[in-house]
Ligand binder design. Structure first.
Ligand code: 26Q
Length: 821
């Protein structure tokens, strides 16, 4: 098909041709999955022209490139998003409609590429979208996991994990690139030999190796012809053919290599904000890092002969510490393969690598036992050891006699490799992901490092792409916005501020709330179909969707629902505005309290939804398999956005921004980016409760919080807490929720009870919930606030975030890609 223009007739012909070539079927014979494939190929045809053109611009203009190094890219479905960014979504919908096909149904055939857990992986995906849209040269570098984030089934109220075989039907938007295969070496030992000039050479021997083979996925910019690349690595055995060998030794080796290759990319670790110190995870890290660094350097060397000038053309951004071995791998290549001296190599490396921190949770800080690290990556370990040796000397010079500094800051200490320390020492930039988070890093967590390298520290408040989370997810609202202020917001989200005057306009309010209602009906139908529960679109949709984690406090939310239920039960005649509490969350497979919380939510749902006394005034819904595709609908339908993490624990949050953009009011703590959202929208339009981060940090420092005191003095709280163990919600097994009860009140040891201050913040949360329901009943006030939330969401575009990364960290060149012929 001719590129650049979507001629309806030509497009349909292309779909027909694809069906013929892929399946030898006519349109009439093909099923929806086959049609999805054929439509995707037709779209890919157009994308490929622009992808080629973008590569030509790269070759001609030689722009500086950012390599975004990430273990996770939670891309979500590509078809609809690609059509949006090609500016052909509506045209294609119409063309398909004319031949009796429904684009929604076709989009729904696509598996959600779920190569990520949650916030960090989705952020990487939003960043790729913004990099292309803003016209910057970028590669996303990651792993092509055979199985992505597990699919969640709810059976008898419990989470059951089902493998996500996303590649089963073949994925139309990936491109196999075996011509860029690299070898990755694990294990063995390092032999030192002398070069002729007397310098030392390090050679890894007796290693196991595996081949890294990239698959490229296009990342289409909005309306600008730019197509960047997400490069994800598959693994293959090197000596596969030797399986035919009659030589026993070779056979064994070939089998081992095949197993290694298979295991490496088999599955994404489903832990979010929690480290699983598994050896295979470290292998995965080095695997994709080594391959990506090799490819980046090969690309650089094709056009440049002075490796010393690498920082002018290449930058590696480390998405948390997971890809931190980048630093040592780059040193290895510069020293061992390029023959540079240590100081020269260090100079280059420390101008090329930058690190983003996404968490202050202690259990999410990556540390590897030296034994594992050294055995698996012997040469890399030597390099880290040398980096550490030099850094410790630097500490001792700056703080003579202060052993505490060395103990707290060394990269190698206590038999462990501390990845964050390595990333900070070797990185030219260290950034947090929201203002509050960065301040906490500087003043608490990373204070020693901040004192030593203040110039490295900076903040980059997260953002989200409005193309997916408004245009695609909420077309009604997107059209309404465009009707009022034009479509400039699609690439300049700050323009939403021009909606402010409409916030007080009665007609605009009515339209806005009517759109919200239609989105609530759409979600209600989804819930009816998937949960079999009827929910009332005129009730308040109060939504908490995010990974399940104790610090995110889904537990607080459901305890409050139990509390409301008790009130209504005791006084069925009370004035009570109908509420629907919607949850969606996956728990890491081994996280017991998280899984038990899911069971609790479902048990409470069962009791309340089926209690005739309640007359349907409270409904509780747990949406199964929360993921990017259903998230888009959920954000669009929310009235209230629950962002209730214990202050100081949520680095930023990004779901909070997606709700805000879609006109939900936030009920939240002063944590992460909520602080900046409150600043943008104004305290009149957001519902803040609970302790401040300073208060939380003070209690943690003083260890002076005693939840038992609250339990003993507050009857309402005592009642809900007791209901966890009296069988109210688990009549057949009253002890089922004992661990959750204990997490609040551990009577043996108050110091470690209620670590996330649930009881401490409970009353303040109840009060904020009361305020929000009252406010909802003032239809005009609510509509005004809802519109103002959308209007003031401009700052939270990932376009703004990326522009800040470009201006203050990466210094990339802007590229322009002409229309293809
Ligand atoms: C580490 C080692 C071994 C296994 C797993 C992990 C691992 C995996 C994922 C550790 C952490 C993560 C994910 C962290 C994450 O998603 N953090 C979130 O990042 C968002 C984007 O910056 C923020 O908005 C959230 O506040 C933060 O929680």
């Amino acid at each position: 098909m001719k590129s650049g223009v979507f001629d309806k007739k030509a497009f349909i012909q292309s779909v027909r041709d694809n069906l013929k070539n892929l399946y030898r079927k006519t349109l009439e014979e093909a099923d929806q999955q086959e049609i999805f494939q054929a439509v995707s190929f037709a779209v890919k045809d157009v994308i490929n022209d622009r992808w080629l053109a973008t590569q030509q611009v790269f070759d001609k203009e030689d722009p500086k490139i950012v390599y975004y190094m990430s273990m996770e890219f939670l891309m979500g479905r590509a078809l609809g998003n690609n059509l949006i960014n090609l500016k052909e979504y509506k045209e294609v919908r119409e063309a398909l409609d004319e031949i009796g096909l429904n684009l929604d149904v076709i989009e729904d055939q696509e598996p959600d590429p779920a190569l990520g857990n949650g916030g960090l992986g989705r952020l990487a995906a939003c960043f790729m979208d913004s990099l292309s849209t803003l016209g910057y040269a970028a590669y996303g570098c990651g792993i092509r996991y055979r199985y992505g984030m597990f699919k969640q089934k709810i059976q008898d109220g419990f989470q059951v994990e089902v493998p996500d075989n996303w590649l089963k039907n073949g994925y139309p938007f990936e491109l196999h690139r075996p011509e860029y295969t690299y070898e990755i070496k694990f294990g063995g030992h390092v032999r030192t030999e002398s070069r002729e000039d007397g310098s030392l050479r390090f050679v890894q021997e007796d290693y196991q190796s595996v081949l890294a083979i990239p698959y490229d996925m296009p990342v289409v910019g909005y309306g600008n012809n730019v197509v960047n690349t997400l490069m994800i690595w598959d693994a293959a055995a090197k000596d596969y053919f030797e399986l035919d060998s009659f030589d026993k030794g070779d056979y064994q080796k070939a089998v081992e290599q095949q197993n290694l290759a298979r295991n490496l990319v088999e599955v994404l670790y489903p832990n979010d904000n929690h480290v699983a110190g598994k050896e295979l995870r470290l292998k995965q890290q080095y695997f994709f890092v080594s391959a990506s660094v090799q490819r980046a350097l090969a690309r650089y060397k094709k056009n440049h002969d002075d490796i010393r000038r690498l920082p002018e053309k290449v930058t590696f951004q480390l998405n948390d510490t997971h890809p931190t071995v980048t630093v040592a791998e780059l040193m290895r290549i510069l020293v061992d393969e390029e023959g540079l001296g240590w100081d020269e190599a260090w100079e280059i490396t420390t101008k090329t690598c930058a690190y983003t921190n996404h968490t202050i949770m202690a259990e999410a800080l990556e540390k590897w036992p030296i034994e594992i690290f050294q055995r698996l990556l012997p040469r890399i370990y030597q390099i880290v050891d040398e980096i550490n040796r030099r850094f410790v000397l630097q500490i001792q010079e700056r703080y003579p006699g202060d052993d505490g500094k060395v103990a707290r800051m060394a990269i190698l200490y206590d038999g462990q490799v501390k990845m964050a320390h390595l990333a900070i020492v070797a990185g030219y930039s260290v950034n947090g992901v929201a203002r509050l988070h960065t301040e906490i890093l500087k003043n608490e967590q990373l204070h020693d490092f901040y004192e030593m390298f203040p110039e490295k520290f900076n903040n980059k408040t997260n953002g989200i792409t409005q193309r997916r989370f408004l245009m695609h997810g909420n077309p009604l609202l997107a059209d309404w916005v465009t009707k009022h202020i034009g479509d400039g917001w699609i690439t300049e989200l700050m323009q939403l501020a021009r909606l402010v005057p409409y916030a007080s306009d009665a007609k605009a309010q009515k339209e806005f709330m009517e759109i919200k209602r239609r989105n609530k009906v759409r979600l209600a139908e989804y819930i009816k179909e998937h949960n079999g529960i009827e929910v009332d679109p005129d009730s308040i949709f109060d939504v908490q969707v995010k990974r399940l984690h104790e610090y995110k406090r889904q537990f607080l939310n459901i305890l409050h629902v139990m509390y409301l239920y008790n009130e209504l039960k005791a006084n069925p005649q009370m004035d009570f505005y109908p509420r629907t509490f919607i949850f969606g969350a996956k728990a890491a497979a081994g996280y017991r309290n998280a899984k038990l919380t899911i069971k609790l939510i479902n048990s409470v749902a069962d009791v309340i939804n089926n209690d005739a006394d309640i007359k349907g005034k409270i409904k509780v819904v747990f949406i199964e398999d929360y993921r990017v595709s259903n998230a888009e609908w959920i954000f669009a339908a929310a009235d209230v956005s629950e962002q209730i993490s214990t202050a100081s624990k949520e680095a930023s949050g990004t779901g909070n921004m997606k709700f805000m953009l879609n006109g939900a009011l936030t009920l939240g703590t002063m944590d992460g980016a909520n602080v900046e959202m409150a600043e943008e929208v104004g305290m009149e339009n957001i519902f803040i409760f609970g302790m401040s981060s300073e208060e939380v940090i003070a209690h943690e420092r003083n260890r002076d919080y005693d939840p038992m005191q609250i339990y003993n003095s507050d009857e309402g709280i005592r009642k809900v807490v007791n209901q966890l163990v009296d069988g109210t919600f688990s009549p057949n097994d009253p002890g089922l929720f004992r661990d959750l009860y204990n997490s609040l009140l551990n009577t043996q040891c108050t110091q470690y009870a209620d670590t996330y201050f649930i009881l401490k913040d409970f009353r303040s949360y109840v009060d904020a919930q009361k305020r929000i329901v009252e406010y909802y009943q003032d239809k005009q006030a609510w509509a005004k606030s809802a519109i103002l939330n959308t209007a003031h969401a401009g700052k939270f575009s990932s376009d703004r975030t990326i522009q800040e990364y470009v201006d203050e960290i990466w210094h990339l060149d802007h590229i322009t890609v002409p229309d293809a012929l």
